[in-house]
Design a protein around this ligand. Structure first.
Ligand SMILES: [Mn+2]
Length: 498
């Protein structure tokens, strides 16, 4: 079913309603971000492109993170233009937007329009239809030779929508050189402000609540989708915009697939279930994983793997220091995992390697047969956000990141390893353990922020074995009651802009 959009302009009188939209983050903070960007770019014209209208009807619009970071503006088909001279913004930044159109707004919702952009966000509001014309005159009049661009660009064909827009903008402006400024914006996004950290904390708290509810509800015979739906219900009713990535509820063999998200298998009594989930709150992402036994009690073999992963996570946590190297956390987690995997017979010994290509040219850690991702990543506007993490960078205050070791024993592991003499020798030793632990996948993922005085664990869902089992024993009486403080927090941070 598709509705066609009909213009109703003639039927509706134009009434301008005063709006009291507050920015979720103060306008002054957005202005400071633009000032910092101007300082990096020094001289030129900056054009940052917002996300277009979704091509299919009925899909929700979400502004891209780069444009959101610079403007806080949440309507489609917008562009930010600012002239930068000697590291400072010259004049008022211009925000090119879709003009008010009451007939169209009947279908797609309220637009701030040119005047609203000025009063609400402090930009010089312009009609998006005039973008090319204005860039032409800036290029001709101001003597700028560089057009800095922020948007979604492909390095090679097919050209993206934003590539095409930039091609149009430089058409006829032979003196203008295009330079992408995406990396400069990403650099600014590495360190989060207090307001950003507050939203990350809320996203994480909502996600922790969903983990607790899921632990209470799970029982064998349920489908993964029943668990997924409870989690996403908890997200939205507590004010989350949406899941910050596809909800992963993977039971049994699915627990060993890293990005499994079909979420449609019936859960067996002997399964573990990986729940890798995150709410997005006012644009900011959480990312928290728990792994639980369907039976409510970890079996001895499930306990073996779980204990190994939890020990690696604890080792990573302990190695983290304010202003230290993220890499040290990874190294500590790897060393811990090597000890555990060796003890369980899953690798030959700590530090052991295998031939990871058939020509035996490349050696990989045997650990990576079971743990093939990095220890963590930054979180922020994107679930994989720029910034220091437990894998790399320097853990400066304002960093927000995950620590998420895992061990995944795939049942066909030994069949997909290159067939070389060295690997055959390894396989003969590890085969019994691989068969013993087949189809057990465990990931434990928590979120942290770096303050001036320490690294704070902010995702306090049950995670020790006894805590998880105790939570699963709680009698399930339905979703957690409505949390008035969460709803109030949503109200007090203002509605999204617009
Ligand atoms: Mn993650």
């Amino acid at each position: 079913m598709k509705l066609s959009i009909i213009k109703f302009v003639a039927l509706f009188s134009v009434v301008s309603v005063a709006r009291t939209a507050e920015a979720q983050i103060p306008s002054s903070e957005y202005a400071a971000r633009r000032t910092a960007l101007a300082q990096k770019l020094q001289n030129g014209i900056l054009v940052a492109l917002g996300t277009g209208e979704p091509e299919e009807d009925f899909l929700s619009f979400f502004q891209n993170s780069q444009f959101n970071y610079l403007t806080g503006f949440n309507e489609p088909n917008a562009a930010l233009v600012m002239v930068i001279k000697d590291g400072a913004i010259s004049g008022t930044p211009m925000l090119f937007v879709q003009p008010s159109d009451p007939g169209r707004e009947v279908w797609t919702g309220h637009r701030l329009g040119l005047a609203g952009v000025k009063t609400t966000l402090g930009f010089d509001g312009r009609n998006i239809a005039t973008l090319k014309h204005v860039v032409d005159s800036l290029a001709a009049g101001g003597g700028a030779t560089t057009l800095f661009t922020v948007g979604n660009f492909n390095r090679e064909p097919p050209l993206s929508r934003d590539d095409q827009t930039v091609a149009t903008l430089i058409g006829g402006n032979a003196g203008l050189t295009v330079k992408q400024a995406n990396a400069d914006v990403l650099t600014l996004r590495r360190v989060k402000t207090a307001a950003e950290l507050d939203f990350i904390r809320r996203a994480v708290n909502i996600t922790v609540g969903a983990q607790r509810d899921a632990m209470r509800m799970i029982e064998p015979g349920m489908n993964e989708f029943e668990v997924q739906s409870l989690i996403e219900y908890d997200f939205r009713r507590n004010g989350a915009d949406r899941p910050s990535f596809s909800t992963i509820v993977g039971s049994g063999p699915n627990s060993t697939t890293l990005h499994y998200n079909a979420d449609d298998r019936f859960i067996d009594q002997n399964d573990v279930i990986v729940m890798d989930i995150g709410a997005s709150y006012r644009g900011y992402a959480a990312d928290v994983t728990r792994t639980v036994p369907a039976s409510g009690k970890f079996s001895p073999i499930q306990r073996d793997i779980y204990t190994a992963v939890r020990a690696a996570q604890a080792a990573g946590e302990q190695a983290g220091k304010v202003n230290g190297a993220g890499r040290e956390m990874s190294d500590a987690a790897n060393a811990s995992l090597d000890q555990s995997l060796s003890r369980l017979g899953l690798i030959e010994q700590p530090g052991a390697t295998y031939d990871c290509d058939p020509g035996s040219a490349r050696q990989c850690a045997q650990r990576s047969l079971y743990y093939m991702h990095s220890l963590g990543h930054g979180i922020g506007l994107d679930v994989h956000d720029p910034g220091a993490s437990s894998s790399n960078g320097t853990l400066v205050p304002g960093s927000a990141f995950t620590i998420e070791p895992g061990v995944y024993v795939r049942s066909n592991l030994l069949e997909i390893i290159p067939n070389t003499p060295k690997n055959q020798a390894m396989i003969s030793k590890i085969r019994p353990a691989v068969q013993k632990y087949a189809n057990i996948g465990v990931r434990i993922e928590d979120d942290y922020i770096v303050t001036p005085t320490g690294i704070e664990w902010i995702s306090r869902a049950p995670r020790e074995i006894d805590e998880v089992e105790a939570m699963m024993k709680e009698k399930w009486t339905g979703p957690s009651p409505r949390d008035a403080s969460t709803v109030e927090a949503y109200r007090s941070t203002g509605r999204r802009v617009p």
